[in-house]
Design a protein around this ligand. Structure first.
Ligand SMILES: *[C@@H]1O[C@H](CO)[C@@H](O)[C@H](O)[C@H]1NC(C)=O
Ligand SMILES: *[C@@H]1O[C@H](CO)[C@@H](O)[C@H](O)[C@H]1NC(C)=O
Ligand SMILES: *[C@@H]1O[C@H](CO)[C@@H](O)[C@H](O)[C@H]1NC(C)=O
Length: 455
């Protein structure tokens, strides 16, 4: 998730350059340097198989968090992931975003056009915080936002592969740079020339499905007047007075809201104006951020209308502007959450189903105590597996054949099939001798029951 650009610009300038962590010898590789010992004592053996190394998701997560990757300096973690994914039989494409910054796109075999995409970001906010595990908690920069999602996504895909649940063409993985600043990585991903049926975005959502998040609109209010001595105000035009009028109107505005996301909020975040107490100011300005919960165009025109008629005022909108983001969130077994933060979701163009899900809480994501629970990482692996299955084979999907009335293909949702059958039956009861539903036993029972109820 990202902060507002203004905050990030400050945060970014404080970033430290990437550095290599010293290699810390582990008990197991120490032991391997001691060939003279015929056999390790039993207690030492148990110590060597620590719980993190033993778990694929936890050890991948550890490798990711140990590599600093503050926005702009993502290359080392991209290189690590390229090696990791390639050695696990993924085909990995890298896409140059700028300089040595790259996105990674990984898939199985040779088919880069997959049904479903899992995506997250590999940059973090500054400063780098080293990895530390203590009991059930893992600390470190990015442990939560969003390397927890990255590790859990990859592990989920690997587990589904290992059980032969998925195959080439089903899923791909996209890891982008720059999410925490300007979304430059995800914007570049639009040039990959790919489309997906479903995209699963990874961000800390407490392992719940996000129902959506507010959009954003940033603008400057510029006020131009005319300077003069404060003793002769009639010879000047006070830019501060004009700005105050405009801001008062904006502050009192009622903006469009939404049932799902609540009210839009407007924040006058910064005001600059004037030079001295005895000078009528010629220039003044303010910076405003709106978290957009309702219609974007309507919000825009309300803001423009509000300052119409205030002399000397001009609004300058920043190009980064998008309306509220609605997400798919009705999946059996998942709780839902409303997010107040921005993501890369609106930066990826296309008409795909969208899910936003990941381990960790946004409330601890950018702090100096960023952490994720081990149990949340395990749960997230299962969550991603369930979402991939939901994407590929929606729960309510049944392969159905209705005799005499054509074939309803695998891929149609039970409601569509049911409605079609109910309509047809109502129309031509006499012609329908029987309905044959070819579906998994469980789905079939439910399907027939629902059809019966509707008749
Ligand atoms: C990668 O594919 C090769 C050849 O199909 C196979 O032998 C190997 O076990 C696979 N490796 C992994 C990590 O899946
Ligand atoms: C690649 O996978 C997609 C999605 O599963 C499928 O529609 C497409 O036909 C596949 N392409 C090739 C060349 O196999
Ligand atoms: C706003 O005013 C300040 C102080 O005069 C100036 O430094 C800044 O560039 C102005 N911002 C814009 C967007 O005009």
């Amino acid at each position: 998730m990202k902060l507002t650009p203004v905050l990030l610009a400050c945060a970014l300038s404080a970033s430290t350059s990437a550095y290599q962590l010293p290699q810390i010898p582990t008990l197991s590789n120490l032991a391997s340097h001691l060939p003279s010992l015929p056999k390790l004592p039993g207690f030492l053996k148990t110590l060597t198989t620590d719980s993190i190394s033993a778990s694929p998701v936890l050890s991948l997560h550890r490798s990711l968090v140990q590599i600093p990757s503050v926005t702009g300096e993502e290359r080392p973690v991209a290189d690590f992931l390229t090696t990791y994914l390639t050695s696990h039989n993924f085909t990995v494409e890298s896409q140059v975003v700028s300089g040595d910054r790259i996105n990674l796109y990984a898939y199985l075999g040779t088919n880069r056009t997959t049904h479903t995409l899992l995506t997250s970001h590999i940059d973090t906010v500054p400063p780098f915080i080293p990895y530390r595990a203590s009991h059930g908690t893992i600390y470190g920069r990015g442990s939560n936002d969003a390397k927890g999602s990255v590790a859990a996504m990859i592990t989920a895909v690997q587990e589904l592969l290992a059980s032969s649940t998925i195959k080439e063409g089903d899923v791909s993985l996209l890891f982008v740079v720059g999410e925490e600043f300007d979304g430059v990585g995800m914007k570049a991903a639009n040039d990959l020339g790919l489309k997906w049926n479903t995209v699963i975005f990874g961000e800390p959502t407490e392992n719940k499905l996000a129902v959506g998040h507010k959009g954003i609109m940033l603008f400057h209010v510029l006020s131009s007047g005319k300077a003069s001595h404060s003793g002769y105000p009639q010879l000047g035009i006070n830019a501060n007075s004009q700005l105050i009028q405009a801001l008062a109107r904006l502050d009192a505005l009622e903006l469009p809201e939404s049932d799902l996301l609540g009210p839009s909020t407007l924040n006058i975040g910064r005001i600059d104006g004037g030079v001295a107490v005895n000078v009528i100011p010629a220039h003044a300005n303010a910076s405003v951020a709106v978290r957009v919960a309702g219609d974007l165009d309507e919000t825009l025109s309300k803001i423009k209308d509000a300052v119409k008629g205030v002399p000397g005022i001009e609004l300058k909108f920043l190009s980064q502007m998008y309306g509220p983001v609605e997400l798919d969130h009705e999946v059996e077994g998942f709780d839902t959450i409303v997010c107040a933060y921005g993501t890369d979701v609106p930066n990826l163009k296309g008409d795909h189903r969208k899910f936003l899900y990941g381990p960790g809480s946004i409330l601890t994501a950018h702090g100096d105590n960023e952490y994720v629970l081990k149990s949340d990482l395990f749960d997230a692996v299962n969550g991603y597996k369930a979402l991939i299955k939901e994407a590929l084979w929606p729960k309510k999907l049944v392969p159905a054949v209705v005799e005499g009335e054509g074939v309803f293909n695998v891929g149609e949702r039970i409601e569509e099939v049911k409605n079609a059958v109910v309509d047809k039956v109502a129309e031509k009861v006499a012609e329908m001798e029987r309905i044959v539903v070819m579906a998994p036993k469980k789905a079939k029972g439910r399907f027939l029951k629902e059809v019966e109820e509707d008749l």
